[in-house]
Ligand binder design. Structure first.
Ligand SMILES: Nc1ncnc2c1ncn2[C@@H]1O[C@H](COP(=O)(O)OP(=O)(O)OP(=O)(O)O)[C@@H](O)[C@H]1O
Length: 427
């Protein structure tokens, strides 16, 4: 829903905004809601409106600001937000980025990823299940334009999700149906201040250029509400495609020895959009990665697999073997993985050593597979077993639970098969 009707004063009134926001939180209400406030107008408005929204409910609001330390004034701005929160009697924390190694590459992207990591870690530490972000309809429209520029598909054009889960925290964007101008109008009317980030005028940023271009496009009728509607329509198409991909996976996919396995004959006949979705989620599930590989390498990898060939992508090996396609870990990525029994190994397995003592968990490797006389009985190609965990003592293979040599040991996957299937519904 996009609220646009102005009141007599030219913008949505406080009550309209509070009621629009309240509708975004359906019962049961969480006991705590975290609010990510940069100090900009949107997130400051979010903080004030949420305070009004939940004044009669047993919901504790807590605020956090990330200090990226990328501008000299960032600390002071974070402290200003702390004061704003204090005036509303809300607890506020400053989370500082930059204590790790010097970032390289795309700084904006890294700052964004670091911000989400810091905010979700803060939420988890404080028992906060829901974290509210201040993205508005204008941000959504800008996102759609920026993704059009990258020739995005359905998922990209669906824009930012109203809700998504990251690291066990529900990230929500309750202002996504509201206009930036209405929020500024509200803040001014209530005599509230916010911080104007000077980079919001900096044309070297894509987003700022897009914001200015949108003002021109409005004259052509390519308005924020129209772009938000496109995002909503694409969101519905995304849900439908996710559902179709899920049902397809139930029909042609299985999980074996930590690998995702597709029936080649059925996989070949799928529409591109569906084979692509299955492959992306298989790669993410196997590698534990968070971001889908780029579109072109993905298209090539799917085409190779459909022709019965093999390739590597995103830390995984895509292997066609007889009538199946196997997506398993790439040997080079696990070669050095070593750990103790009981610990998480390669972020995906936990190996239990039974009565065996003084063993180390390592990949089985090609040499290890040859030491397992019954490996063929497992029905997996050797490269799939090579990257599974096994137990070693002083250079001797003691157990390979996934290659027919359990020796009283077992290996449990950290991510369940159901998580693979469910991931198709949410992407
Ligand atoms: N440094 C930060 N600390 C906490 N939350 C942040 C920070 N930067 C961004 N956010 C969150 O992400 C949302 C969108 O970020 P974006 O960079 O588009 O906003 P902004 O221009 O910094 O400010 P605003 O959205 O508040 O006007 C913000 O509304 C806020 O909820």
């Amino acid at each position: 829903m996009l609220l646009t009707q102005p009141n007599a004063a030219g913008g949505l009134g406080r009550d309209d905004l509070v009621s629009a926001l309240r509708q975004q939180f359906t019962p049961p209400l969480p006991a705590r809601i975290g609010i990510a406030v940069s100090g900009g107008g949107d997130s400051v408005a979010l903080m004030h409106l949420l305070k009004d929204c939940f004044c009669d409910d047993p919901v504790e609001l807590m605020v956090a600001t990330v200090d990226h330390q990328l501008r000299p004034e960032s600390r002071q701005e974070a402290e200003e937000v702390a004061q704003m929160a204090q005036q509303l009697c809300l607890r506020h924390d400053i989370l500082t980025w930059g204590e790790g190694p010097e970032p390289t590459g795309n700084l904006q992207d890294q700052a964004r990823r670091a911000r989400f990591a810091l905010l979700t870690a803060w939420a988890r530490q404080n028992g906060i299940p829901v974290l509210a972000l201040g993205h508005t309809a204008d941000d959504q429209a800008e996102t759609v334009i920026m993704r059009l520029k990258r020739a995005a598909g359905v998922n990209g054009l669906a824009g930012m999700a109203r809700r998504r889960t990251q690291d066990g925290v529900s990230l929500q964007r309750p202002l996504l149906g509201l206009r930036r101008s209405d929020l500024r109008h509200y803040l001014r009317a209530m005599g509230r201040s916010w911080i104007e980030d000077p980079s919001n005028e900096d044309d070297t940023y894509d987003r700022i250029k897009t914001r200015k271009a949108l003002a021109v496009l409005e004259d052509l009728g390519l308005t924020v509400p129209a772009l938000v509607t496109v995002a909503q329509n694409m969101g519905k198409a995304q849900t439908a495609l996710g559902w179709y991909a899920f049902l397809t996976a139930r029909d042609l996919a299985e999980i074996k020895a930590g690998a995702v396995v597709f029936e080649l004959r059925k996989f070949r006949t799928l529409p591109d959009e569906i084979s692509h979705r299955l492959m992306v989620q298989a790669l993410l599930w196997v590698s534990g990665g968070q971001y889908a590989p780029r579109r072109q390498p993905m298209i090539e990898a799917v085409a190779i697999a459909q022709r019965g060939g093999s390739s590597t992508l995103a830390g995984c090996r895509i292997l066609s073997h007889r009538d199946k396609i196997w997506i398993c870990r790439e040997a080079a990525t696990v070669q050095q993985a070593a750990g103790d029994p009981g610990e998480v190994w390669d972020q995906r397995w936990r190996v239990f050593a039974g009565k065996l003592e003084a063993c180390e968990v390592r990949p089985l490797g090609a040499a290890g597979v040859k030491l397992c006389p019954d490996w063929r009985a497992e029905g997996c190609p050797a490269p799939v077993l090579e990257v599974t965990p096994s137990l070693w003592r002083e250079g001797n293979l003691m157990a390979a639970p996934l290659a027919g040599f359990a020796n009283g040991c077992s290996a449990e996957p950290i991510n369940s098969a159901e998580e693979f299937f469910a991931s198709l519904l949410s992407h």
